[in-house]
Design a binder for this molecule. Sequence first.
Ligand SMILES: [Mg+2]
Length: 295
Amino acid sequence: MSDHIEQLTAFAKTKDFFIGIDSDGCAFDTMEPKHKACFYPMTVEHWDLAGVAKYARDVWDFVNLYGQTRGCNRFLALLGTFDHLDVWDEVAERGFRSPPVEPLRQWVEQETKLGNPALEAKVAETNDPVLTRALGWSRAINEQVARTVHDVPPFPHVRECLERVAGRADVMVVSATPNEALEREWAEHDIARYTSMICGQEMGKKSEHLRYGAGGKYDADKVLMIGDAPGDMKAAKANDALFYPIMPGDEDASWQRFGAEAAERFFAGDYAGDYEQQLIDAFMAHLPAEPPWKR
Ligand SMILES: [Mg+2]
């Protein structure tokens, strides 16, 4: 058994209820600064996208912020960005073709811990130039995030919501962000104390956090995932868990509603069904599947 699965399996149930909470864009308003001031500039620099920067920025924002892949892992986001650029006529007219990344495509298919430690091990093993480049890019992002993204508080009402649920549910941070950044951000604002475990990308995929952290330990209707992206919802549904969406752009009201209404419904066993479905429908209607340049 992999280390991360062992650690997740060892997560001890202390309450009848379990709540998984995504971090970026869900608990913290960090999506815009991370992507616009860190991920996107580092992507232009490390993958030589200056000649198509305007298009690359629209693609990066769609893939990571405003479309249905919002919140996906960075390596998947990079590959998705190249896929979009390669079928955009104006980009082709500028003579751009995305760089060869086949070894990275193979790696993301084989690996579930899509973070720097696993990539470092793969680079050490293969010395592959594409993977080496991807690792340099990913490290540069982490450094830029550490330099740039600080003093970003949790969204309004998050702290009160955590206080409200912490005595009644085991709370786990379920995130695709590096653990180092998560530990720093949750501790910086003194909300790590409401959580039992903080799981980032080195601990596997979000669906693994839920499967091994909560699976088989709690009744299905007592496991809830709170997230701001369809990927969070998929991770929840793959594990028969309930999902509460934080609407991108409407986060304050989403957390307010959670504290005032949804949390109590969850604890009362009155969350599944029409109530959850209405929230999910509104959430999905909010995030387009098609990029704006194709509409
Ligand atoms: Mg998120």
